[in-house]
Design a protein around this ligand. Sequence first.
Ligand SMILES: *[C@@H]1O[C@H](CO)[C@@H](O)[C@H](O)[C@H]1NC(C)=O
Length: 343
Amino acid sequence: MALAINWKLIFASLLVLELCYQATSRSLQDASMTVRHEQWMTQFGRVYKDDIEQAKRFNIFKGNVEYIDSVNNAGTRTYELDVNKFADLTNEEFRATRNGYKQAPFPRSCKATFMYENVSAIPSSMDWRTKGAVTPVKDQGQCGCCWAFSAVAATEGINQLTTGKLVSLSEQELVDCDRSGIDQGCMGGLMDNAFNFIINNHGLTTESNYPYLGVDGTCNKNKESNAAAIISGCEDVPENSESSLLKAVANQPISVAIDASGQDFQFYKKGIFTGSCGTGLDHGVTAVGYGTAADGSKYWLVKNSWGTSWGEKGYIRMQRDVAAKEGLCGIAMEPSYPTAIKC
Ligand SMILES: *[C@@H]1O[C@H](CO)[C@@H](O)[C@H](O)[C@H]1NC(C)=O
């Protein structure tokens, strides 16, 4: 009697085995992801209000980690990503609270004259940190006032270059008191408007006198009247010209607007950032230098306001001299800077 092979049964058993295997490996992956999430929560002191929120955040975290791992494992980019403090936020949530650069009017509101137009001696690299013109990296938290941090960093820079003293200045004063133009505290604003506020207000007070709270508040007139740094005016760097931006950054820290909306920007860890990004300007930062990496790639050294755990101790190196006239992420589109009081 021939042995009747029940192929159907064998296939069915194999299928069950395969499905069980997949399910087991998936639950093992989920288990290790849960461990990663819990370790990450401890690292960044994150606590969720209930299990529903925890489950929701776990799924977002998992998706982000899978993306970050896939980019880093592929190793095809000039930069690496990090499972950083933004790892449990969707890109939409991240964009809604950490940026805050508004659409600028045309023409823009600083002077169109460019005092560095005819500058010819441009060093091959610059790092204003080493010249003592840059305060430690700050953290805007969940307030869309990047514009205030960018304007303050540029003002701290020109103030140090003029007076020889590095003084940390107040972003909160701008958040609370600057209602010029379209500046709206945590709801966004423009560096040009902030410079004009500082000019009209006869200066800006110190960080320690008017400390950062990260929420909109009422303008404290007593603190505000205690100016620690003054500027005489502000100028807009000619638009869409990285060579003009270079002349400017060679002379002082410069406020720049960029498109920081991408996932790769959100999770940037280190290396020379090459995108991808568009030119929808949504974030104000400060160009505090430039240089060329060992492999020959040119970069802008950019100070961000997301704390020191993001990027290269709070900084990002962004590709310089790209084919597009706008610069990478639009960095050359709307740069501006405060000018010093001439003594
Ligand atoms: C640059 O040089 C040109 C030609 O000499 C001159 O007209 C212009 O005013 C100079 N710009 C500045 C900002 O000094």
